[in-house]
Design a protein around this ligand. Sequence first.
Ligand SMILES: C[S@@+](CC[C@H](N)C(=O)[O-])C[C@H]1O[C@@H](n2cnc3c(N)ncnc32)[C@H](O)[C@@H]1O
Length: 297
Amino acid sequence: MPELRLTPSMRILAGLLEIRTGQTLSENRFWRIETLLRPIVRSNRLRGLDDLVAAIQADPAGPLARAVVDALLNNETSFFRDEYLFRMVSHDLIPALMEEVRASGREKHLRLWCAGCSTGQEAYSLAMLFRDHQARWPGWKMQIVATDISNEAVERAREGLFSQIDVQRGLPIGSLLRWFQPEGDQWRIDGALREMIDFRVGNLFEDGGPLGRFDMIFCRNVLLYFSPGRKRELFHVLSRHCGEGGYLLLGAGETVIGHSNDFVASRRFRGAYERARPVSLGAGVRAAGQAGRGGRP
Ligand SMILES: C[S@@+](CC[C@H](N)C(=O)[O-])C[C@H]1O[C@@H](n2cnc3c(N)ncnc32)[C@H](O)[C@@H]1O
């Protein structure tokens, strides 16, 4: 394969992606720039990436810059991605959360956030999982807020129309038959699932939206290309939205460990993280007092 020539325009475009989304593109992945932006270059009748950069610099907040960022994002997703996790969530995590909610006297309502939801498969998988087990959980409601920085991905998620290839990836045949209707050569998700989910466009680093607190936050396969600093920043944002006793779920190749003290690995549920309890001033003062009286430092 011929070696890729790295140009200043490629660096500018990688920089645009990083500034807008936090995603870093290392030089060995710069081939993505040429490949993914080729359709935009063609449809705008530009001669190449240098012209594209000039057009973006003339209108940095315009639709072309947004389309370029969208095209460079990795929207890879599938239904029930990582089977183990979904099984653990339905068998263990949701029942445990319900137990806690019941014990605290709160209403029978769970709130979930899919942060970086792409085209919606993760959020719809959670909605299916909840509805499939509803007989075990009478009277319970689940609300899912699903956000992504990509306008195009969120529009597709809202539409709820999936290709034959999409539904062949991870979706059990029983779920396809129960929750989808054929529409031409595509598949339309059931309106009852669609109603459970509030899809919104949002940047994880612009924590302005009225999101509130959640019992479970799914931020899966989003962190892979963030720098260590951005990961720390993001965990901080997520911890602010994680309710008391809530959980964070990451992708199979992702971890909090070594990046942040805002969450700790759950001892009860493998693969889940709990919000770290803030150290209260009282506890610190008590510990200091004991140390002064000969207790352990
Ligand atoms: C690889 S997909 C993962 C989708 C899904 N969570 C899953 O695991 O199947 C990552 C998603 O994160 C989104 N994303 C990346 N940076 C983001 C940011 N700063 N704010 C919000 N979404 C972001 C991308 O647009 C993309 O759709």
